[in-house]
Ligand binder design. Structure first.
Ligand code: PGA
Length: 215
């Protein structure tokens, strides 16, 4: 199975969300294509995205771009997995922009993994080489087995300078070694319609996490 994850980041308003799905009106899915498409809109459009996917009968899933590291409770502003589990199946966790601008730590991200799994949301855990091993070691093997991991080199994100498929493949293997479990590894960072195929043909790469080009 390949995964194609659309990370919309902090983009789009509600009309743009609607017209995105309008463009799929005549879409026919090739049932033989073993690909799971996961759309991750900003939180305010989560429910609407779920609804538009249902209304248009699209074979897509919904994911979030983040999640609270806490359960339901007195955590002002936090969105707990229990609140969204009905219409969300995946959650991107530990994106480098969360680390950079929101100062998230590997431990906090590990706590988010625990919270997401409490309500059967599949974590799409983002890592880069400098902290991948540290991040992976903070998560139990049982929990790692339920994750997808996205290798996202910092310099490649939004830069138009993607990693080479050969290096991405080597890092994917290294991540599987660290994890000691066979989990799907996705590549992310300047993936476009022109280069995606090069990654998908790599043996240890099971999909792509796409930002800009997914809009
Ligand atoms: P990009 O972003 O595709 O725009 O490089 C990828 C990401 O940040 O997940």
């Amino acid at each position: 199975m390949n995964y194609l994850v659309a990370n919309w980041k902090s983009h789009k308003n509600i009309n743009e969300v609607k017209s995105f799905f309008d463009s799929f009106r005549n879409y026919t899915h090739d049932e033989k294509l073993p690909i799971q498409v996961i759309i991750c809109p900003p939180f305010p459009f989560l429910y609407q995205t779920h609804q538009l996917i249902e209304d248009n009968n699209l074979p897509f899933s919904v994911g979030t771009q983040d999640l609270s590291p806490f359960p339901l409770g007195a955590y002002t502003g936090a969105i707990a997995s229990a609140m969204i589990a009905e219409w969300t199946k995946y959650t991107i966790l530990g994106h480098s922009e969360r680390r950079r601008y929101f100062h998230e730590t590997s431990q906090e991200i590990a706590n988010k993994v625990t919270q997401s799994l409490e309500h059967q949301l599949t974590p799409i855990l983002c890592v880069d080489e400098p902290y991948a091993q540290e991040q992976i070691e903070l998560i139990s093997k049982d929990n790692l087995k339920k994750c997808l991991i996205a290798y996202e080199p910092l310099e490649a994100i939004g830069s138009g300078q993607p990693d080479t498929p050969v290096h991405a493949q080597a890092v994917a293997r290294q991540i599987i070694d660290w994890a000691q479990v066979d989990i799907p590894i996705l590549y992310g960072g300047s993936v476009t319609p022109d280069n995606i195929q090069e990654y998908l043909t790599m043996e240890s790469i099971s999909g792509a996490l796409v930002g800009g080009a997914s809009l």
